[in-house]
Design a protein around this ligand. Structure first.
Ligand code: NAD
Length: 455
């Protein structure tokens, strides 16, 4: 086994070394998961539900420690990290009801009884990115376990610590040994093995569109099920009839939360031309106010970027001042700091079309509803977005016309665990969260039982 040194992105100091799985270790873990799954699926639904509630309660007891660990590993501001750990608890609690509610159907047929069952798939592989390590892990493992599966999870190399801790908490709370395992490792080794090992029946992948395409192509070989949650370049559309003060005041949070390392980041602000100048006047002080700094500080709203490599990648989008309208502030010295940055590029410039995944937003003017929709849709992504208007008809027209899976009107909220989440076009395939998520970890079986006529 090789190891990987986890770095604190706020200080550039080493946190710990993590042992990485190789192919052989991955295969062993998958075999163990498969054994555990058979026993888990045989347990009574009420017993599985109680075990998941116990897991949720154990996460609740550990919220502060998990949050501190995420802040250390990922540089997330402590307030945000607490919310994330609480979200994991809530997702587990929500899906703990599923074992007793995975209802099949009884379908009227001639000559007997016809019933459907939702059978667990077996072992599910979950591959997570580094931007929201805990929450995205829970979106995969909680509904998969609830539907009677085992889960092997590969966290991103840079941010494995909270997922590793969650697997320990699950075991301590009573999950059968081997049912939920976290395997730190490289994507090309452990992640790839999830795709090629035949015992893994489904892969849930969250990450870049480029890697998602590779996983989808390779999965075809075994007709392996995939859910893909990929990149985004979401539009924040501001109409002249909106509450402009509110739209401008909340725009920074819509893109700079988690230092812009958010697949749902509203990284393109589109403003109706007649109010463009006024909007920019309001946006500048709102950006200046974003508190960037030590993620352990309760007042911090934005921490550092996750790594030196990612810092270099984001920086490559702002090589000079030619597109910069204004910036917020950021600390200097150790840490991967990047100030919130507002660009005013041309419509076809790289900054206006590619996912930057950092605290960089572009602002473009538009002329009327049709132009706003066409500009919003001028990307192969389709994950998220916002529409600001006081006209309810326009809100509905534009929401229906924008090609994206998760839209909000007069708000920047994207994710509620009770509602479905996922992308249109190259932002993904399938949906996570919401009431139907456990079903996506099952195959439907139809059984017909011949019954003789009453004589
Ligand atoms: P990435 O694609 O580089 O890596 C994601 C995960 O895949 C990591 O665990 C990585 O080790 C693994 N991986 C890499 N190569 C692999 C391979 N060949 N086979 C199997 N696994 C492999 O993405 P990232 O840089 O970690 O995350 C950022 C991206 O994730 C952004 O594009 C962002 O938009 C996207 N994202 C999407 C969502 C969503 O819900 N749609 C949520 C968060 C992040």
């Amino acid at each position: 086994m090789s190891s990987y040194t986890v770095i604190n992105p706020a200080t550039e100091e080493a946190v710990t070394d993590v042992e990485l799985f190789d192919v052989e270790g991955t295969d062993d873990a998958i075999a163990r998961a498969s054994d555990a799954q058979r026993a888990w699926a045989r347990r009574a639904p009420a017993e599985r539900a109680q075990t998941l509630r116990d897991f949720a309660a154990a996460v609740d007891a550990d919220v502060e420690a998990l949050a501190q660990l995420e802040t250390l590993n990922s540089g997330h501001p402590i307030g945000q990290a607490r919310w994330e750990a609480g979200h994991v608890r809530d997702v587990l609690t929500y899906y703990s009801a599923a074992p007793e509610r995975l209802f099949g159907k009884q379908i009227p047929v001639a000559g007997g009884l016809d019933v459907t069952f939702h059978e667990p798939l077996g072992v599910v592989g979950v591959i997570t990115p580094w931007n929201f390590p805990m929450t995205i892990a829970a979106w995969g493992f909680a509904p998969a376990l609830a539907a009677g599966n085992a889960v092997v999870l590969k966290p991103a190399e840079w941010t494995p610590l909270t997922s590793m801790r969650l697997a320990e908490i699950g075991l301590e709370a009573g999950l059968p040994d081997g049912l939920f395992q976290v395997l730190p490792g490289h994507g090309s080794v452990v992640g790839d093995r999830f795709v090629t090992n035949q015992t893994v029946r489904k892969v849930v992948f969250t990450g870049s569109t480029a890697v998602g395409k590779k996983i989808m192509a390779k999965s075809a070989d075994q007709v392996k099920r995939v859910t893909l949650e990929l990149g985004g370049k979401s539009a924040n559309i501001v109409f002249a009839d909106s509450d402009l003060e509110k739209a401008a005041a909340s725009a920074p949070a819509g893109v700079f939360d988690n230092a812009g390392q958010d697949c749902c980041a509203r990284s393109r602000i589109l403003v109706e031309r007649s109010v463009y100048d006024r909007f920019m006047e309001l946006l500048e002080p709102a950006v200046a106010k974003v508190a960037v700094g030590d993620p352990r500080d309760e007042a911090t709203e934005m921490g550092p970027l996750v790594s030196a490599k990612h810092h270099a990648q984001v920086s490559s989008y702002v090589p000079d001042e030619s597109q910069v309208a204004f910036r917020g502030s950021a600390p200097t010295g150790a840490g991967y700091w990047f100030a919130p940055t507002v660009l005013t590029p041309g419509r076809d410039d790289r900054t206006a079309t590619e996912e930057i995944f950092g605290p960089v937003v572009t602002v473009l003017p538009f002329d009327g509803e049709a132009d706003a929709v066409s500009l919003a849709n001028a990307t192969e992504y389709g994950l998220s977005g916002s529409i600001w208007t006081r006209d309810v008809g326009r809100a509905l027209r534009v929401s229906r016309a924008v090609e994206a899976g998760n839209l909000s009107v007069n708000s920047h909220s994207s994710v509620r665990y009770t509602t479905p989440f996922g992308g249109f076009k190259q932002s993904g395939l399938g949906r996570e969260l919401g009431p139907d998520a456990p079903l996506s970890f099952t195959d439907t079986k139809n059984v017909f039982i011949a019954v003789e006529e009453l004589s």
